[in-house]
Design a protein around this ligand. Structure first.
Ligand code: S3P
Length: 441
């Protein structure tokens, strides 16, 4: 199998209902929390992507058994001290920042030494953002010049902390929340707003957590517990995966897509708010509460005209994984769109801000960049005819999938490398996009 895909035709009009696989952030959290519960947990609709499989394998290495039965995963936990403490271990988090950072929060009471490693992309990412607050709990933890490997040696003498999370990183917030769960006393967290799945799951599990939400920050108080019981949970669809089809539909001709039961938690719907301000007309139907998370059907129709946007900084966290495809709509909008303070975008699986600027320029879109701010000069008549090659993007799954959407909607002849990257977050990507009629070889 060649390492690249070829796309040489725009997608034809389609009108379909599609199923989006389980949310990656929630899947990883469910496995990690189930590994800490007493007894059996059953997780339905767990995303079967590499990041989540690596999470299952990591807890397995720590002595937790799991198996797939019919349409759910059964995970057998032994409580908050239930990891097998008999030997030093190495955990390979693969490509997953969420796994690598969140599991550190669970290892704060691990009696032996654990070492976290990862693939080339993960090894370039910053871990001091999570090791610094975890140190305050009294844990012995170190990075290799802020990068992997991270070495951790937990303690039974944990002390609660006061922590101010300033980056808007749900991964940092969540690692601290997991550590707080194991720490006697009350941990206090002030956090710049970020995705709220961890706190919602803790509430669902009846862990004593107090939450207060102000305009830009959330406040939490978490009281350590002795134990909690196994649980059942059905993971909603992933809005970050649906984002590719939202944008493909908007930018195609005479098409419509309905995506059922997708997670539309406030802290994740930046893409919908930003695009609807650009006149995308995306509709959320059958909105309902599911164990604290909001789910809905997302209905999208093709649109001819988009207006530019001046995207507010406060939207950044809730759209952080979707900016690559949002930029494609900005490239087609009338006027100049501006996005500010996107430093965190450059700290993902690849430096996505750098890559997006290069990509947009490659397809003939004028982009102005000032540090972490960009201006995209939209071209409503954008229609490509040339040859385009996309490679060397650290196998970043979202760069690969965004490039496919550009190829299928803007035209031109494309060769896009590293197709295996889709397995990280969305193994059904090809199956789903082909169901919508895309020709990808
Ligand atoms: C995630 C949080 C985000 C996001 C990542 C998943 C999570 O990262 O980009 O894909 O599951 O908590 P940060 O929390 O570092 O911003």
């Amino acid at each position: 199998m060649p390492k690249y895909v070829k796309i040489e035709k725009k997608v034809k009009p389609f009108n379909k209902e599609i199923l989006i696989s389980g949310d990656k952030s929630i899947s990883i959290r469910c496995v990690l929390l189930a590994s800490q519960a007493i007894g059996k947990s059953k997780i339905y609709n767990l995303l079967e992507s590499e990041d989540v499989i690596n999470t299952l394998k990591s807890v397995e290495k720590l002595g937790i058994k799991y198996k797939k039965i019919n349409n759910y995963y059964e995970i057998n936990g032994f409580g908050l001290e239930g990891f097998n403490n008999k030997k030093n271990i190495v955990i390979d988090a693969g490509n997953s920042g969420t796994l690598a950072r969140l599991i550190l929060g669970l290892l704060v009471n691990f009696k032996k030494r654990a070492k976290i490693i990862g693939d080339r992309s993960l090894s370039k990412r910053d871990f001091s953002r999570v090791t610094e607050p975890l140190k305050l709990f009294g844990v012995n933890i170190s990075t290799n010049q802020q990068n992997l490997p991270v070495k951790i040696n937990g303690t039974e003498f944990l002390r609660p902390i006061n922590y101010y999370e300033k980056l808007g990183s749900a991964q940092c917030k969540s690692a601290v929340m997991f550590a707080a769960l194991k720490t006697p006393g009350i941990t206090k967290i002030k956090a710049k707003k970020s995705r709220s799945h961890t706190e919602l799951l803790l509430k669902f599990l009846k862990i004593p957590i107090k939450m207060k939400s102000l305009q830009n920050h959330d406040y939490f108080e978490i009281e350590g517990v002795n134990n909690f019981n196994g649980f059942e949970y059905k993971v909603p669809g992933d809005i970050s995966s649906s984002a590719f089809f939202i944008v493909m539909t908007l930018l195609s001709k005479k098409s419509k897509v309905v995506m059922k039961d997708v997670n539309v938690n406030e802290s994740r719907t930046g893409i919908i708010k930003i695009l609807n301000k650009m006149k995308a007309g995306i509709i959320l139907r059958n909105k309902k509460n599911y164990n604290g998370e909001m789910i809905a059907d997302i209905v999208v129709k093709s649109k001819k005209n988009f207006v530019s946007t001046n995207c507010q900084k406060k939207m950044n966290s809730s759209a952080i994984d979707e900016f690559l495809v949002i930029f494609l709509v900005a490239a087609k909008a009338k006027g100049i769109s501006s996005f500010k303070d996107l430093s965190e975008l450059n700290k993902k699986e690849s430096p996505r801000l750098d890559i997006a600027v290069k990509f947009l320029k490659m397809i003939g879109i004028k982009v102005e960049r000032n540090k972490n701010d960009i201006k995209i000069y939209g071209n409503p008549n954008l229609n490509l005819q040339g040859n385009y090659v996309v490679r060397n993007f650290r196998k970043d799954h979202r760069v690969f999938m965004m490039s496919c959407i550009a190829a299928l909607t803007f035209g031109g002849k494309w060769r896009i490398y590293d197709q295996d990257s889709t397995k990280t977050s969305f193994p059904n990507f090809f199956k789903t996009i082909k169901r919508l009629g895309a020709k990808i070889n």
